[in-house]
Design a protein around this ligand. Structure first.
Ligand SMILES: [Fe+2]
Length: 113
């Protein structure tokens, strides 16, 4: 678990939080010890979703097929990273797990009208 968290922090640092399109909404230095892992994981999800948007936007911009192919492959990998952070977050945050399911059900209900 500790190794995984360190990997996550390393990854966030690699991405460079200041370069993200959206801002991480909290200063992680001011988060209580009880909440730090959840907040790190949420920040990780934000960073990965930003990366997906960035790579897909760049893929749409390039005229080079090889560049586009690699960017879209990397965008796909970032979606896996979203899933990794989310899977771990759901272990820490039972309410998020419930509400994620509630949200999916609400969409199903809404679209089946
Ligand atoms: Fe990633």
């Amino acid at each position: 678990m500790v190794v995984k968290i360190l990997m996550i922090i390393h990854h966030i640092q690699q991405i460079g939080v200041n370069k993200l399109l959206s801002k991480i909404p909290v200063d992680l230095k001011n988060v209580s010890e009880d909440d730090i892992d959840k907040e790190i994981l949420r920040a990780g999800i934000i960073a990965e979703l930003d990366a997906v948007n960035l790579y897909e936007q760049m893929a749409a911009l390039t005229k080079n097929e090889n560049v586009r192919e690699v960017l879209l492959d990397i965008a796909k990998e970032e979606k896996t990273h979203v899933g990794e952070f989310q899977a771990l977050l759901l272990r820490f945050d039972a309410q998020q797990k419930e509400e994620l399911e509630a949200g999916a059900e609400e969409v199903e209900e809404e679209l089946s009208k």
